[in-house]
Design a protein around this ligand. Sequence first.
Ligand SMILES: NC(=O)c1ccc[n+]([C@@H]2O[C@H](COP(=O)([O-])OP(=O)(O)OC[C@H]3O[C@@H](n4cnc5c(N)ncnc54)[C@H](O)[C@@H]3O)[C@@H](O)[C@H]2O)c1
Ligand SMILES: [Zn+2]
Length: 359
Amino acid sequence: MDPATVRVELAERSYEVQVGDGILADSPAQFSIAPCACALVTDTNVAPLYAPLVERALLERGFEVQTIIVPAGEPSKCMRQAEQIIEQMIAARLDRHSFLFSLGGGVVGDLAGFTASIFLRGIPWAQIPTTIVAQVDSAVGGKTGVNANGGKNLIGTFHQPSAVIADVATLRTLPRREWNEGWAEIIKHAIIRDTELFEQIEATPELDMVALVQRNVAIKAAIVAADEREHSGERALLNFGHTLGHAIEAAAGYGTYLHGEAIALGIVAACRISEWRAGFPPEHTNRVIQLLRRFDLPVTLPASLEIDPILQATLSDKKFEQGAIRFVVADQIGSARVSPDVTTTDLKDALATLRGDCS
Ligand SMILES: NC(=O)c1ccc[n+]([C@@H]2O[C@H](COP(=O)([O-])OP(=O)(O)OC[C@H]3O[C@@H](n4cnc5c(N)ncnc54)[C@H](O)[C@@H]3O)[C@@H](O)[C@H]2O)c1
Ligand SMILES: [Zn+2]
C-alpha cells in the first residue's frame, strides 16, 4: 500500500485517507470516483486559494462542478447555511446520483458532510481538508453536523466520506493562530495514544508534516474503526480535554477562543484531574504545558472568566449521559481511559487551578 495512505476500516463504509505534499491537483484521480455532476463546497477564505485548482482538476476528469461558497467561520455551521447549500444544489439540478466535495477546514467539512447526508436522504461525499484540525481530526470519522442556539454540534449525523485527500501544502497558507490551534489536537492524540509522537514533537520543532498528519490520521482511524458510533467508549477517548474545553469555548463566548485554544485549556485541566484520579505524574502535566506553550496556546484561564458559567456549560454538554460524568483521564502520556470517578468538585478544582486560584 502507498506509504501515504491510511485506510479507515469500517466494513462496507471503509475508505482511504491520502496524505501528501502538493497532491491537490491530482485529487480527483486519487478519489477513483466516476465522473458525475458534483457540488464543491468551500468557504470565502479557501475558495480564492484552492478552489480553481480543484475545479480544474475535476473538470479535466469529466465532472460537472457547481462551486458553492459559504462565509468563512463557525457561524456558517448552522441549519440555515445547510438549507442554502441545498437550495443551490437543487438550482444546479444536482440529484441523488450527484457527489459532494468539501474543501476547507472543520467548519466546511462538518457543514458540507451534514448537507450531503440529508440532501435527497444522502449522497456520497469526499473531504479535502485544508487545516491541521481538519486533516488530523475532523475529516476522519464521519461525524458531521451544525450548531444550534443551545450549543455546538447539537444537530448532526454519522456520514462517512468515500475518500479524504489531505494535502499538507495547503497548510502553508494558514494564519499563524489557526496553524497553532491544530497542534492542540495533535498533542491530544499523543497524550491518549502515542508516547513516541509526544517525544518526537518535544524533540523536534520542525517535523515532516506528511508523516505527522499520516500518524495522526492512523491514530484517529484506529479509534474510529474500533468504535464508529461511540458505543464502546473507545471513541470517547478522543474527547480528552474536550469536556472542559468545549465549556470554556462556550462560556468565553464563541469567537473568543479558537476551538484548539479552548481545547488546550481543557487539556491542562484534564491533566490535573488525571493527576488526582488516575495517577498522571505531575511532571507529565508540566511537559504538556511546555509543549502547548511552544505553539502559543493558552494554558491559564484569565481571571475575568468566571468558573460557574463554565461548570454550567459542562453539565449541559451532550456528552453527559443522564447526569453521569464520563470524563477521559490519562494514566500517563500515551495512555487514556474513561473514568466514572470524576466529580463536579474535581471539575471545579481543575478550573480554579487553571485560573491560578489555588496553585
Ligand atoms: N467532525 C469532527 O469529528 C470534528 C473534530 C474536530 C473539530 N470539528 C469541528 O471543526 C471546526 C473547527 O475546524 P477548523 O479549526 O478547521 O476551523 P475552520 O474551518 O473555521 O478554519 C479556520 C480558518 O482557517 C481558514 N482556512 C482554512 N484552510 C485554510 C488554508 N489552507 N489557508 C488559509 N486559511 C484557511 C478558514 O476559512 C477559517 O477562517 C469546529 O466547528 C469543530 O467543531 C469537528
Ligand atoms: Zn477538537
